[in-house]
Design a protein around this ligand. Structure first.
Ligand SMILES: [Zn+2]
Length: 252
């Protein structure tokens, strides 16, 4: 079963790569036929085998031998890993299916934000739609929690966006981040989104410090916040319920 899940995860990751490449360019993700971005040649199925084709072709296009982005194998492996983790924690359940869809959208969000510093509205809307769909399937359960989550997710970031230009004279939070966090709250409810918010601050702070320490970034450089929200949310989805009940039992 594990092997099947991982294989499926790699194939899904390969599709997410197509989304990451095409969505910011306004191209359709439904049309088949991946092309090499350098020479434009239509790739054959054998060129598209996740990870393996990258390894065997030594990271280069078979036809024009231009380097293929590291992003392709990374996204494939990451997708497979995260889908497998969801399966490990939630088994084959409706919750697992719900979380896999959310994780996939979040992976696309993170890599587009990393590369283009933008979170496309279409992805935020597909999160909202996914949340709505599963709430309807579940007999409308979680609607109220979703609405609280929308406010709990969007509210703190909106506050930071309003306050930080006044205090620090610079933009603290982009509109895309606020919409992303609000839609995550809608999907996961107010408890998990608040946890995501807190974790995102820690992850964001830690990684920003490391990037500065290793001189990958300079002070004042722009570091997109979307990937931190995504990492934090994945942690919340996998282990958040446990963290929250541990916290309530010990500190409340
Ligand atoms: Zn090529």
């Amino acid at each position: 079963m594990d092997l099947l899940i991982i294989t499926l995860g790699l194939l899904v990751g390969s599709f997410l790569n197509v989304c990451i490449y095409r969505i910011p360019r306004g191209e359709s993700i439904a049309l088949p036929g991946s092309r090499c971005p350098h020479c434009g040649i239509r790739l054959k199925p054998l060129d598209l085998v996740p990870v393996l084709s990258f390894v065997f072709l030594k990271g280069r296009c078979r036809y024009c031998s231009q380097p293929i982005s590291w992003r392709y194998p990374v996204v494939e492996l990451l997708t497979a890993l995260l889908i497998w983790l969801v399966y490990e924690v939630y088994d084959i359940t409706p919750t697992a299916a719900y979380y896999v869809v959310i994780v996939c959208i979040l992976i696309v969000v993170a890599f587009i934000d990393l590369e283009y510093q933008v979170i496309p509205n279409g992805l935020v809307l597909s999160l909202i739609g996914t949340g709505l769909g599963f709430k309807l399937l579940d007999g409308g359960a979680g609607f109220i929690d979703g609405l609280y989550g929308l406010v709990a997710g969007g509210g703190p970031l909106l506050l930071i966006a309003v306050i930080s230009p006044l205090l620090f004279h610079k933009e603290g939070m982009g509109g895309g981040d606020i919409k992303l966090m609000a839609s995550i709250g809608w999907c996961l409810g107010w408890r998990l989104v608040l946890l995501s918010f807190v974790i995102s601050i820690y992850i964001g702070g830690l990684i920003s410090l490391l990037l500065l320490a290793f001189k990958v970034k300079k002070r004042g450089d722009y570091i997109p916040y979307g990937p931190f929200i995504v990492m934090a949310t994945v942690v919340s989805m996998l282990w958040g319920d446990g963290v929250i009940s541990w916290y309530i039992n010990n500190f409340w």
